[in-house]
Design a binder for this molecule. Sequence first.
Ligand SMILES: [Zn+2]
Length: 205
Amino acid sequence: MDPLSRLTELFKQFPGIGPRQAKRFVYFLLTQNNFYRDNLTKLILDLKNSVAECATCHRFYIKDASKSSSCQICSDPHRDASQLLIVSRDVDFENIEKSRTYSGTYFILGGSVPILEKDPASKIRGDELLKLIEEKSATGLQEIILALNLTPEGENTEQYLISYLKPLTDTKNIKISTLGRGLSTGLELEYSDSETIKNALRNRH
Ligand SMILES: [Zn+2]
């Protein structure tokens, strides 16, 4: 395969990008100057050095001088340790944090469970989540908030998680709550504005 086709193939693997858009990216790069291409290449190469996955909540964060294996939120003593909010992906986390309506801690599932999935455990970080809840139950965890998309796949993930977590949360006396639906069905956290997120969190049940 020639380099143009190989690059097109790589872009095709990006979320939501089809073959035609992938090809447009390649031609776009060809029309840019060397500075643009060098800058892009450098930033991609630097990702591994500048970004780490948090050992506690599993979100990606910008490394700082502290050399801590946990992100700035997990290491912040001012965050409310009684609440743990669970989201599918980093983009959901970012949008909730941006809404400034939540001051507890987070956990990134790393995916969601499609309907009729035969091996749901392989789609999310279930073991890591159980381990974290076990640890946090010793330091005052009282509530787990499932903040998943209000789509069929999000609701399927929610149902799976509730039955998966219940044996542990019942023993530890931890409440599981889910987002308030309000009028919005099909709501995706990634595309929700701060006001919608605030209402969904406030009306959780
Ligand atoms: Zn973290």
